[in-house]
Design a protein around this ligand. Structure first.
Ligand code: C2E
Ligand code: MG
Ligand code: MG
Ligand code: MG
Length: 298
């Protein structure tokens, strides 16, 4: 069934709907053309340091600017991309573009801590033999600061190939790539993956942050995740912050970073540049709680 998302995008390409192999081939061809025509875009959602609400970095989020259907959110096409293997090509576009953009920002601005960009990686991408070299090349080409280029993986991904994933993530760590455990608390084996894999950041799933999750149990769980993460030397990012109350609560709990519509919505690189230049970007988000404070490097 076609599902409407907040962005107005419709889920058109749910692979379970596509029972005809020929249909899949057509969609695959359309996606291939999308890459050739540069319709794959990367948007950037700001992540704030909760202590001062200053901009710390971004999560890179893929979008497809479809010629007739408009801006498509990942859930409307990533399923098919994974099914067809196109995710590897799309993923490469996202990594390249995000790395290029981070290089531009790092050369143009100084910030309290090095600005970072975190890119989501799918399982098909993670086990691609060329991934590590691709990332290595991006880092040296752009001269990215150590630890500033990050990848986000979910535990379900890691559980698909536990041994393989552990080896690959270890190589990334040696390369100085930041490793975030995405959507923490939703899959199973959360704790065992934290024990076995070299993560430096834990992203707490928004289901633990939402306004519905403010009962005593939810607060205790959140508190415990933050305390445990810190004991393990991990930085904690809270996902899905939608109001000031959540900012305050998470700050009190000692959470390091926050991400969510209240802090800033995903935006194009142009919108980010406007915001950094102090230009109005009201069309992006009515209200924002982040301070766009990066100093021009000259
Ligand atoms: P994710 O990695 O957990 O990314 C966060 C998602 O939550 C984003 O959705 C973001 O727009 C949304 N979000 C952020 N703040 C809020 C909030 O305050 N409230 C609510 N309700 N949602 C919020 P988006 O961009 O639609 O991406 C969905 C998922 O698609 C991502 O979840 C990630 O798993 C995947 N994805 C996105 N880009 C890529 C990519 O380049 N490669 C791969 N493999 N997966 C990607
Ligand atoms: Mg993510
Ligand atoms: Mg997430
Ligand atoms: Mg998520």
């Amino acid at each position: 069934e076609a599902r409407r998302k907040g962005t107005g995008a419709v889920e058109l390409f749910n692979p379970s709907m596509v029972d005809d192999r020929a249909e899949l081939v057509v969609l695959e061809a359309e996606m291939r053309r999308a890459i050739e025509r540069n319709e794959i875009e990367v948007h950037y959602q700001p992540i704030a340091r909760l202590a001062d609400m200053h901009l710390a970095g971004f999560e890179a989020l893929v979008r497809w600017r479809h010629p007739s259907m408009g801006l498509l959110a990942p859930e409307s096409f990533l399923g098919l991309a994974e099914e067809t293997g196109m995710i590897r090509d799309i993923g490469r576009v996202v990594l390249n573009e995000a790395g290029r953009q981070l290089g531009i920002w790092q050369r143009a601005y100084r910030s309290a801590e090095p600005a970072f960009v975190a890119v989501n990686i799918s399982s098909a991408q993670l086990i691609e033999p060329s991934l590590l070299d691709d990332v290595k090349q991006i880092i040296s080409r752009e001269g990215l600061l150590r630890g500033s280029f990050k990848i986000e993986v979910t535990e379900s991904l890691v559980m698909e190939y536990p041994e393989r994933a552990a080896q690959i993530l270890e190589r990334f760590r040696e390369l100085g790539v930041g490793l975030s455990c995405d959507d923490f608390g939703t899959g199973y084996s959360s704790l065992s993956s934290l024990r076995k894999l070299p993560f430096d950041t834990l992203k707490v799933d928004r289901s633990f942050i939402s306004s519905e999750a403010q009962d005593h149990r939810a607060v205790v769980i959140l508190q415990s995740i933050i305390a445990m993460g810190h004991e393990l030397g991990l930085a904690i990012v809270a996902e899905g912050i939608e109001n000031q109350d959540q900012v305050d609560r998470l700050g009190e709990l000692g959470c390091d970073y926050g991400q969510g519509y209240f802090i800033g919505k995903p935006m194009s690189s142009k919108q980010v540049n406007d915001a950094l230049a102090g230009l109005p970007y009201a069309h992006t988000s009515g209200r924002t709680a982040i301070t766009w404070l990066w100093e021009r490097a000259i």
